[in-house]
Write a protein that binds this ligand. Structure first.
Ligand SMILES: Cc1cc2nc3c(=O)[nH]c(=O)nc-3n(C[C@H](O)[C@H](O)[C@H](O)COP(=O)(O)OP(=O)(O)OC[C@H]3O[C@@H](n4cnc5c(N)ncnc54)[C@H](O)[C@@H]3O)c2cc1C
Ligand code: FES
Length: 245
């Protein structure tokens, strides 16, 4: 784990309140799917944890939603501005545990870390299907990027403005994808529904408010089947059997 300065190459809106941030640095970046960076937003003491959606030889691509003060400041930053990141953080997904067919289930910006996972799975010769859920059509992001990889994408929207009307579980029931392992990231209730509905083994990326982001303060502790675990260092990805819903 290290602190590194990144320069903003682009920071553009791609969906409702959602930005795609491309950051470059001066040395190679090594980071795996499900891991995250902790961003020092100018003027704020606590860093903002954001998952890595893709890795460049000398940079990262992040997707973030403007939900509060820190992400609002980020949305106003322009190419050439710099950000200090702490990275790589956390224990990510396990693509090697998929035998042959993976199902990725993302809710909202949960689609972002699963994109890097899709690339890792495909590179390992696994088949990938994505089911992505959003509140409404204008929140959809990353669907075309998945399709460009050759991944079949099934969309669910709560208001029915695109894809299956309803939850990701409705889209899964309609699409009936073949898979031996699933990976999910998104709102807690969505992940609970996915983990308790699907019989196959799976992993979920959990979210907690964080202090240090690096395993020292125990501010992000989650109660699990095996006792208290730190989301920032023991997770954010946990096996579904570990999670106490
Ligand atoms: C491991 C991990 C990965 C994440 N990946 C992404 C991502 O790829 N894209 C994305 O848009 N968001 C992601 N989030 C959520 C993101 O960290 C928050 O939306 C963001 O910190 C909000 O900051 P703010 O200053 O705008 O909000 P404020 O509400 O002003 O923030 C106040 C404080 O609460 C913390 N906080 C607020 N909401 C959350 C939250 N949901 N989770 C954790 N801390 C929060 C902030 O970091 C800050 O310290 C992730 C969270 C975690 C834990
Ligand atoms: S945020 Fe400090 S231990 Fe996780």
């Amino acid at each position: 784990m290290e602190k590194r300065i990144f320069t903003i190459e682009s920071n553009e809106p791609v969906a409702r309140d959602t930005f795609r941030l491309v950051l470059r640095t001066d040395a190679p970046v090594a980071i795996c799917s499900g891991q995250f960076v902790d961003i020092a937003v100018p003027g704020y003491y606590l860093r903002r944890p954001i998952s890595v959606s893709d890795v460049l030889p000398d940079g990262v691509i992040l997707y973030y939603k403007v939900v509060g003060e820190g992400t609002l400041v980020m949305s106003g930053m322009v190419p050439g501005d710099t950000l200090e990141l702490l990275l790589p953080l956390g224990a990510g997904f396990h693509p090697e545990k998929c035998v042959s067919d993976a199902l990725l289930v993302g809710g909202g910006l949960g689609a972002a870390p699963l994109f890097l996972l899709a690339k890792e799975l495909l590179a390992a010769g696994k088949k990938v299907t994505a089911v992505l859920g959003f509140k409404r059509a204008d929140e959809i992001c990353l669907a075309e990027e998945y399709r460009a990889l050759g991944v079949p994408v099934h969309i669910a929207t709560l208001d029915g403005s695109a894809g299956t009307k309803g939850f990701v579980t409705d889209a899964i029931a309609t699409a009936q994808p073949v898979f031996d392992r699933f990976y999910t990231c998104g709102p807690l209730l969505m992940m609970k529904a996915v983990c308790t509905t699907l019989d196959a083994p799976g992993e979920a990326s959990m979210e907690e408010r964080m202090g240090c982001g690096a395993g020292f303060c125990y501010g992000c502790t989650l109660q699990t089947q095996s006792g208290p675990r730190r989301v920032c260092a023991d997770g954010p990805v946990f096996d579904k059997e570990e999670i106490l819903w």
